[in-house]
Design a protein around this ligand. Structure first.
Ligand code: HEC
Length: 164
C-alpha cells in the first residue's frame, strides 16, 4: 500500500510537472504536433497555405494569416505568439474551455484536448517566443475593413441538428 501511494505520488508530481509552464522537450514536441495537425497555422500564420504549409519561424502563429468576412463582420486570427506570452497556463485552459470565438475559429475542437494537451500547446507556442504585431481588431458588419479577407456567402441560419 505504501509503495502504491509512493508510486501514485510520483505519478502525480510527474504529471504536474509535465503540464506546468516548463513542460519538457516531449511536451513541446507534442504541442507542435497538436498545433500542426490542428491546423492552427492555416489561419494564424501569414502565408502558410500559400506556401504549402511552410513559414519562417519568426512568422509562425503571428496572426492575421487568413481573415474572414461574413454576416458576423470581419475577423482576423489573433497573434498567438503574443497571446500565449501574455497569459498564464491557468487562464489559457480556462479560455479554451469556455471561449466562443467568431467564425472561422473552430473553438469547438478544443473539446477534444485534455488539460495536458492544452498545456503542451501553451508550452510549444511560448517556446517560439513573442513575435510580430497584434492582428487587426474585429470589425463589425457594414464597416470598412482592411483586406485581404475571404468573403463568405453563407445561409442566414445553420442547418437543423437532425437526430440530436
Ligand atoms: C479556419 C481558421 C482558423 C483556424 C483553423 C484556427 N483559428 Fe484560431 N482564430 C481564428 C479567427 C478568425 C479568430 C478571431 C475570432 C474572433 O475575432 O472572434 C481566432 C481566434 C483565436 C483565439 C482567441 C479566442 C478568444 O477570443 O479568446 C485563440 C486562442 C485561437 N484562435 C487559437 C487557435 C488554435 C490553438 C488553433 C488550432 C488548434 C486555431 N486557433 C485554429 C481562425 C482560426
Amino acid at each position: 500500500m505504501k509503495r502504491f501511494l509512493l508510486a501514485l505520488g510520483l505519478l502525480v508530481s510527474c504529471t504536474a510537472m509535465a503540464s506546468g509552464p516548463s513542460a519538457g522537450r516531449h511536451g513541446i514536441a507534442h504541442g507542435k504536433f497538436l498545433v500542426g495537425f490542428g491546423a492552427c497555422n492555416d489561419c494564424h500564420t501569414p502565408g502558410w497555405a500559400e506556401h504549402g504549409g511552410k513559414a519562417p519561424k519568426d512568422m509562425l502563429l503571428t496572426g492575421g494569416g487568413t481573415n474572414f468576412q461574413g454576416p458576423w463582420g470581419t475577423t482576423y486570427p489573433i497573434n498567438l505568439r503574443l497571446y500565449f506570452h501574455g497569459i498564464t497556463l491557468k487562464q489559457w485552459i480556462h479560455n479554451a474551455r469556455t471561449v466562443k470565438a467568431r467564425p472561422a475559429m473552430p473553438y469547438w475542437t478544443f473539446r477534444y484536448l485534455s488539460d495536458k494537451d492544452l498545456a503542451d500547446i501553451y508550452a510549444y507556442v511560448r517556446s517560439l517566443g513573442p513575435a510580430g504585431k497584434p492582428a487587426h481588431d474585429y470589425v463589425p458588419p457594414g464597416q470598412q475593413a482592411p483586406a485581404p479577407y475571404l468573403k463568405l456567402v453563407v445561409p442566414a441560419g445553420p442547418p437543423p441538428l437532425a437526430g440530436h
